[in-house]
Every structure is written in C-alpha cells, then in structure tokens.
Design a binder for this molecule. Structure first.
Ligand code: V47
Length: 374
C-alpha cells in the first residue's frame, strides 16, 4: 500500500487520513472538511490513495454516443439552457427515422454505449419510448443503452399508466440496460423549491432509483454543483447516495456536474473554478467508499482539468461522447466529442494506463485496423 502523506498544511486532513488508513467511514463533518480545505494537493493525494487501492494505475474510458431525442420540456428548470416549449423556436423532437439515421451516420465506429437523455415532453406516448429503445437496439445491437434519468422514468410511467416498476420492466424488455445519473441535481428540498419545483423532488428521485436497482437496472448518480447549493447540502447529497448504495449496490459511477450558467436564468452566477471542480471529485472518492467509479466528465470541466482530475480521485474520463448538447447550450467550451486516440493520450500523459471499457466497466478488446465492429 502506498503511504499516505504526513505533511498536511491543514491538520484536519491528518485526522481524516488516519480514518482512511484505518478503513473507518467518513462522516458529515469530514465531508465538510474535505470541501472546505485549501490544502488541495494533500486532499488530492488522499483521494489518489483511495483511487489506487481500487484501480491501481488504470484509467477508463468508453466509446460512446450521446443522443438527445427531444428538448421539449415542461419542467423548465432554472439551470437549464437546453429545454424549449413545444412551439418555441429551436424545439426539436426526433422521429424514430431521425434516430436511426443519427446512429447510422456513425455505424462504422465501435460504439459500446448509447447515452440517451431528453426533456419531459408533455405529449409523447409510451409507445414512443419503447420504439426508441427497440430502434436503437436493432441498429446498434452490441451497444449498451443507458437511457432516461429517474425524472424521465417518472414521466414515462405517467404516460404508460403503469407503476414505475412495471414501466421499468417494459423498458428493460425493449432494451434499457442502464440509467444515466441526472435529475436529482442536489438532493435538497430548499434547492428543489427554488430551482426546479416542477419536477420530482429528491425523495421521489431516490425512490425511482431504488426501484430501478431492484429491477436489475444499474444507474449512475450525478450532483449539479456550483449554483446556489451550500457545502453542507453537497455533503448531505453524497451521504444520501452512499446510504442508497449500501442498501442496493446498484450505482455504477458518481459524476459531479459543474454548472454552466450561460443562456440560463441563473446567468449571473460565475462559472466554477479549477478548485471548485477538483474538490467534489476528491471528496466523492473519499466519502463514497461504496462506489467503484468516480468520473471526471471532460465536457463539464474541460479536457485539461479532467486529465488532472485523474490524480485527484477520478478513475474514468467518460468517453468519446460525440455531440454533447445540454452543457454546450449552456456555454461549455470543451470539444463536442473526442477521439479514442486523444482520450488514450490524455490518460497516458497523466501517468495512467488507459483501459477502453464497455458500459459495465468490462475491458474492451480493440478492433483490429480496418475491421468493422458495429
Ligand atoms: O440532471 C442541465 C445537467 C443532467 C446544465 O450518467 C447541466 O454518465 C451543467 O444525466 N450546466 C442530465 N449541467 C445529464 C446526465 C448526465 C450527464 C453526464 C453523465 C451522465 C452519466 C449523466 O444535465 C441534468 C443536469 O444536472 N445539466 N443543465 C447546465 N446548465
């Protein structure tokens, strides 16, 4: 085991290091210390220590494609630049033929995961969601479909007239294997009431995710930070996720999402700094002792900082992504997609061994040159 550093500028970190070494669980106060310390380097070293216990020098990425089937959304959350009303300029809803065409444009690429998120469209019938999954599975049989946040699942269940559990089972039969982590934002009634009161609250989000885990659908978990949340609210969010993970074991990865303010109703809030972006990653690695993976999402924090984050507790860079929309509409300046070679170069240059993975973190064998691997 690598030694934990003993030259802490912040003595509070030394006490936390003792707990980490002894395998003792961190608590709410420890979480606050991690989020408030200015001893960033030692915070990173502690998180790196834990990250290497789990993953050694491996760092993961996936060849994935994003697909946003609609931006029509009845919730109109204050932090969102993506949503439109039905008749509003810029509103779109993809037909099944559009979806098929979008997937076929990249059919020669070895895509392993389809990441699918959309708005809460008031009128799409239940059948649309079933056919959407069936279309994706038919066109891309080897890709895992990671689709619909818990907020979408709640809405789709409403459209189906079935229970959430029955809805999930029907979606699973049509090809749903995994759910993305969005929708909870921060598990806090205060923030829910102020920023996204038309959508389900934190308790409801946890209930739907618990049901998904029970039906054998694994999910990710995210946290939208850098807006009006307090540090204590961040810690409570992480601890609520940790409690649910103790109960179900159904979370795959945790992904902190940096708030991008442009074109949103919160556009007076400044963008996050590098310090703001690295501390949630390191804190999550230490507090979420029952999560295997912490992702540094390069779309959110930029390619350069995501690479640095691999040394601050993150073990995964997400992936090629190919055409991110939600954050770019809110002003993200990162690329819209990255190539496999670029991801590998970023990981190698940070001192790690790149591992291309599938959606379930199984290593993927690289295709031989010129071989087709849809
Ligand atoms: O819940 C919306 C976020 C999420 C903004 O599971 C914004 O691997 C920043 O679920 N600035 C949806 N973020 C996307 C999502 C997701 C994203 C990346 C990885 C994974 C995963 C899942 O997008 C929403 C919200 O938190 N979001 N607007 C914004 N202005």
């Amino acid at each position: 085991m690598r030694p934990i550093p003993d030259t802490f500028h912040d003595p509070r970190l030394s006490a936390i290091a003792d707990k980490v070494t002894a395998g003792r669980r961190l608590d709410h106060d420890d979480g606050l210390t991690l989020l408030t310390t200015s001893d960033l380097v030692n915070l990173g070293r502690l998180a790196d220590h834990q990250r290497r216990q789990l993953h050694g020098d491996k760092a993961y990425f996936v060849y994935n494609q994003h697909l946003n089937y609609t931006n029509v959304c009845q919730n109109r959350c204050q932090f969102c630049a993506f949503a439109r009303d039905d008749e509003e300029q810029g509103a779109f809803t993809m037909s099944l033929a559009d979806v098929e065409q979008r997937l076929r444009e990249r059919i020669d690429e070895p895509i392993r995961e389809l990441h699918v998120v959309g708005g809460i469209h008031p009128d799409l019938p239940f059948d649309y969601y079933i056919k959407l999954l069936e279309t994706m599975k038919r066109v891309r049989p080897r890709a895992t479909i990671k689709a619909f946040t818990a907020v979408e699942i709640d809405h789709i269940a409403g459209r189906s007239g079935l229970s959430v559990e029955e809805t999930l089972l029907r979606l699973k039969a049509a090809g749903l294997e995994m759910m993305p982590g969005g929708g909870a934002e921060v598990l806090s009634d205060r923030i829910h009431d102020r920023l996204y009161n038309r959508k389900i609250d934190g308790r409801h989000w946890l209930k739907i995710v618990r049901t998904a885990h029970r039906t054998g659908i694994i999910t990710n978990a995210t946290m939208l930070y850098g807006h009006i949340e307090t540090l204590a609210e961040r810690v409570r969010h992480l601890l609520a996720l940790r409690d649910l993970q103790d109960e179900t074991g159904g979370f795959s990865a945790f992904i902190p999402l940096a708030f991008h303010p442009q074109n949103t109703r919160l556009n007076r809030i400044p963008e996050t700094t590098a310090f703001d972006d690295l501390t949630p990653i390191a804190t999550a690695r230490l507090l979420l002792d029952n999560f295997d993976h912490v992702k540094a999402n390069w779309v959110m924090i930029g390619e350069a900082l995501a690479q640095v984050a691999l040394n601050f507790g993150a073990d995964d860079l997400d992936g090629t992504i190919i055409e991110e929309k939600i954050t770019h509409m809110a002003g993200a300046t990162s690329a819209k997609g990255l190539g496999r070679a670029q991801l590998k170069r970023m990981i190698t240059a940070a001192g790690f061994v790149p591992v291309e993975r599938d959606a379930f973190y199984r290593p993927v064998e690289e295709a031989r040159p010129n071989s087709r691997q849809p």
